[in-house]
Design a protein around this ligand. Structure first.
Ligand code: PLP
Length: 239
């Protein structure tokens, strides 16, 4: 079937036709001919409870019959409060929840929070961001700036803001002459030097646990914690 949809990250010339999915159940997707396909990527990791999960669909139907949406500008609602309370209890050290629409917007909001924080406490020169090479944080202008994967984003460079980019320990692409441990140390040293010598850094941004879109590269054990400690030491917000 041809498509009127503009498909993301898809060279449409290479796809004269697409399989058409008509339903999903658990980990399976079914096309219009009834063929089952295992959804091994959980629809790009946004369907972690499986398709047509009964508990979720029942509660969505129940809630939409009662209240579909009410703004959080100077108002609140029971459901927003209940979920926020649950999330805060699951996340030690957190006190409030800011609701966002998707991953990219969440990252944009975090960047704005960092800038607003420093501004509000009078540290107005802390406006720069540091991130890791090959990180990915989304497809909006701010997140393409923070997580710059060259093959995805080079065409959009004119709309991006400058970010200090640090090397990240990718065991599959080690520079000549380095063992993995040595390269990890090199990356950490470089990050520490950057944080130590620049007093205008608002935040350090990295994916949690691994760089997925940038090649499924898992961070070495303790790497993220070490960066978190450096951020505390040099008074930099980290997320
Ligand atoms: C680490 C990370 N951050 C941000 C995003 C962007 O999320 P979204 O596609 O919901 O905007 C993704 C998406 O895959 C991601 O993997």
């Amino acid at each position: 079937m041809g498509s009127f949809v503009w498909h993301p990250y898809t060279q449409m010339k290479d796809w004269p036709k697409f399989d058409v999915i008509s339903k999903g159940k658990g980990m399976w997707l079914y096309d219009i001919h009834g063929n089952a396909m295992m959804d091994g990527v959980a629809s790009m990791w946004c369907n972690v409870w499986g398709h047509s999960n009964k508990e979720l669909t029942d509660s969505m139907i129940k809630q939409t019959r009662k209240l579909q949406h009410s703004s959080l500008f100077n108002l609140t609602n029971n459901r927003a409060e209940e979920l926020a309370e649950k999330l805060v209890k699951l996340a030690p050290g957190m006190h409030r929840v800011f609701y966002s629409d998707d991953g990219s917007t969440a990252m944009e909001i975090s960047a704005k929070m960092a800038l607003q924080y420093w501004h509000n406490i009078g540290e107005k020169k802390k406006t720069k961001f540091v991130s890791l090479e090959n990180g990915y944080h989304g497809d909006t202008a701010g997140t393409m700036s923070l997580g710059y994967v060259p093959s995805f984003f080079s065409k959009f460079k004119p709309m991006l803001f400058p970010v200090l980019r640090m090397p990240s320990p990718n065991g599959y692409r080690l520079p000549k002459g380095y063992s993995f441990d040595e390269y990890q140390e090199f990356c950490l040293d470089k990050i520490e030097q950057t944080l130590a010598k620049n007093d205008n850094i608002a935040a350090f941004v990295m994916e949690s646990g691994a760089q997925i879109a940038g090649g499924v590269v898992i961070y070495p054990k303790g790497f993220q914690k070490k960066i978190g400690k450096m951020c505390k030491k040099y008074n930099v917000y980290s997320y």
